[in-house]
Design a protein around this ligand. Sequence first.
Ligand code: ATP
Ligand code: MG
Length: 403
Amino acid sequence: METVRHVLASFHELALKGAHRGKFERVLRRNISRALAGLPVADISIPARVTIRFTDDLPWREVHHRLDTVFGLNALLPVTYVGRSWEELEAHCRAHAAELARGATFAVRCRRSHKLFPLTSEEIQRRLGAVLRECTGMRVDLSTPEVTVRVIVQSDGVYLVHGRWPGPGGLPVGTSGRVLVLLSGGIDSPVAAYLALKRGVTAHFIHFHSQPYVGDASVRKAEEIVALLNRYQGPSRLAVVPFGQCQQEIVTRCPEALRVVLYRRMMLRVAARVARRWRCQALVTGESLNQVASQTLPNLAAIDRIARLPVLRPLISMDKQEIIDLAERIGTYELSILPHADCCSFLQPRHPTTGVSAAACAAAESALDVERWAREVQRQAQVTYLQPLPWPSPRSQPLRAWA
Ligand code: ATP
Ligand code: MG
């Protein structure tokens, strides 16, 4: 497995932000530092691309794993720093010719953002091509080369590129405001949280449980999911809210078919209160259109009617399989499928309605004092402050360095 000491990372959307670029870069740099905490980072600078330098060679797989949690980074390039001049680039390539000669034909591709460098990209390509032809015996083939030698010239130095991995994309967490995620412990809401974080928000979380009617498995699960998601953003808060009594009240006093929509409206009322206290500007749920009875357009409209904040639904148009694929990729799937008693499967109606109006919900809720219940449920919230899940410590066996 290859090791790296330098990594370059590109960021498209940031570059478009004009006047805000300074702030975006500051936040991005902070997020990268957090993701790399515990690794021997020498410095992080942003001359053109993000440039990360370590004091030691590190396994690329581990560095990549961590940088894959930094939204805003589009492409990740493990590189070797060869110096600041053409002479140093030439000397490096001559010294490592054997490692560069991995095929019969080759091409050199150069990108130069440092416009004061004495050679143009074409000149570097031509000169380096001649050097490599001479010392490796490879033939030049510009259309379908077996080996592509990539060179990047930035104001801080000249780099040889060893590969290009896709980054996580999106915007740096901390540049788009703050949201409160309704986190159930199912498959969907952690993915919704991930997608919200990807657009640059920071997130706090709220989880409703049905204790004492069911055990605390869903709470443990919510904590683990939040810790995993916190790798993308740093520490956050989780409000754990006992919802069983309120559900019992809805079951006793309201029509059975409306239950799930009424539970959800009540959750949103409580969540809006917590959001206000924590200065969150929107709520996020894992709802997807028509996935289940409570997620039809009329039901979503009836739920939204009482929302005092925008309700973001990042999964709205995703198929279940797409959601599962993403959950597997980000590692929440394994946690989500652990068994737990969901507070909404508890006291489920046999025939939930797929088309309730907000007026019908309001009429049903007139049997409850909804504001008092929302206040009461919020009062019982227990708040924990959760750290990101720690990274496994880097392996220390000697590894092969890239040329
Ligand atoms: P999930 O997989 O996220 O549980 P789901 O497909 O099971 O979603 P529902 O059970 O209808 O769908 O829940 C829809 C959304 O409502 C969830 O994605 C979540 O945002 C919110 N929600 C549901 N139950 C809870 C809960 N116990 N605590 C917090 N939020 C919840
Ligand atoms: Mg659910």
